[in-house]
Design a protein around this ligand. Structure first.
Ligand SMILES: [Ca+2]
Ligand SMILES: [Ca+2]
Length: 110
């Protein structure tokens, strides 16, 4: 449900679809902004690791970013942490773990 074309990363279009499924209609501009925040190495796509890092990271209590975009992302994350998405996210975690294990063995071709 995250990576609809199965190329092992989430691009803007896929992120927009995901947000839409969660009831948040994002404009292209908003998607670009959101991806910038999640995409750690700034290559324009979100890998599973980047997504998981974002998903699992706690909001810093001292940082009160109250811009609309920051709020929007917080809402998205909250929804992705809700019960109904746990299964999808655990499948994602499985993939991340498999990848890490494969990398240790030197067998992973990304
Ligand atoms: Ca993809
Ligand atoms: Ca990236």
């Amino acid at each position: 449900m995250f990576d609809t074309d199965h190329n092992n990363n989430i691009d803007g279009k896929e992120f927009q679809q995901l947000a839409f499924q969660l009831g948040e209609a994002l404009t292209n501009e908003e998607v670009t902004e959101a991806i910038k925040q999640i995409d750690k190495n700034q290559d324009g796509v979100i890998t599973f690791d980047e997504f998981y890092d974002w998903w699992s990271s706690a909001e810093h209590p001292d940082v009160r970013d109250d811009t609309e975009r920051a709020k929007q992302l917080r809402v998205l994350k909250m929804k992705l942490r809700s019960q109904s998405y746990m299964r999808a996210v655990s499948r994602l975690v499985e993939k991340v773990n498999q990848k890490a294990a494969a990398q240790e063995l030197g067998e992973y071709n990304f």
